[in-house]
Write a protein that binds this ligand. Structure first.
Ligand code: AP5
Ligand code: MG
Length: 189
């Protein structure tokens, strides 16, 4: 089983590269951001709760996120593996994921950290905001998302280094070039 954590700041290319990984390696994809946006679109109670946090660039509480992750994971039967995109985002989530996988006799195979300079992240997200209109892709909310990333999510870099699962990826360049580096790292597993 391939269990890949794709990691990086907002706009670093997690979703873009996940789609390519799914296509090449035939594994399932969980994007917690996509799950939450679908709940908002469907007007569910969870969606209503999530919207308040997302629009403010804040994280949804860990207990809620961990429950959502567990139920999506359970829905994957006969899976060749999973790519976790946007989860974990806190140390508590990383510990929960480790435990959930251990209960299934598994572990994280690799954590891919897409590193991209901040000015490039801003440029990408502002552009996407203008084109597709994701509610949190405006300058004010992007800045808040970056602050949250640095304070709550970036500490996971050292956490995964300690687990021996960390892999740095240069996230600046063409989508193809970045994917080649990722595919090379996965093939070495
Ligand atoms: P989420 O949906 O995960 O958003 P994010 O982390 O802010 O990241 P994005 O999806 O914006 O960027 P990405 O890294 O996927 O990059 P992409 O490939 O799209 O989370 C949204 C919110 O949900 C959070 O703020 C939080 O409130 C909540 N949430 C989600 N998960 C949570 C959790 N676990 N716990 C608590 N709360 C949670 O690329 C971005 C753009 O750049 C695209 O337009 C793309 O075309 C372009 N691009 C990609 N690669 C390149 C390249 N190489 N060169 C040029 N442009 C590129
Ligand atoms: Mg994404």
């Amino acid at each position: 089983m391939l269990n890949i954590v794709i990691f990086g700041a907002p706009g670093s290319g997690k979703g873009t590269q996940s789609a390519r990984i799914v296509e090449k390696f035939g594994i399932n994809h969980i994007s917690t951001g996509d799950v939450l946006r679908a709940e908002i679109k469907n007007g569910t109670d969870l969606g209503k709760t999530a919207k308040g946090y997302i629009d403010q660039g804040q994280l949804i509480p860990d207990v809620l996120m961990i429950d959502i992750l567990a139920s999506v994971l359970d829905s994957f039967k006969e899976s060749k593996g999973v790519i976790f995109d946007g989860f974990p985002r806190t140390i508590a989530q990383a510990e929960a994921l480790k435990q959930m996988l251990a209960e299934r006799g598994q572990q994280v195979s690799i954590m891919l950290d897409l590193e991209v300079p901040e000015d490039e992240l801003m440029t990408r997200l502002i552009k996407r905001g203008q084109e597709s209109g994701r509610a949190d892709d405006n300058a004010e909310t992007i800045k808040k998302r970056l602050v949250v990333y640095h304070s709550q999510t970036a500490p996971l870099i050292d956490w995964y280094k300690a687990e021996g699962q960390y892999c740095h990826i240069n996230g600046l360049g063409t989508m193809e070039g970045i994917f080649n580096e990722i595919a090379g790292a996965i093939e070495k597993l």
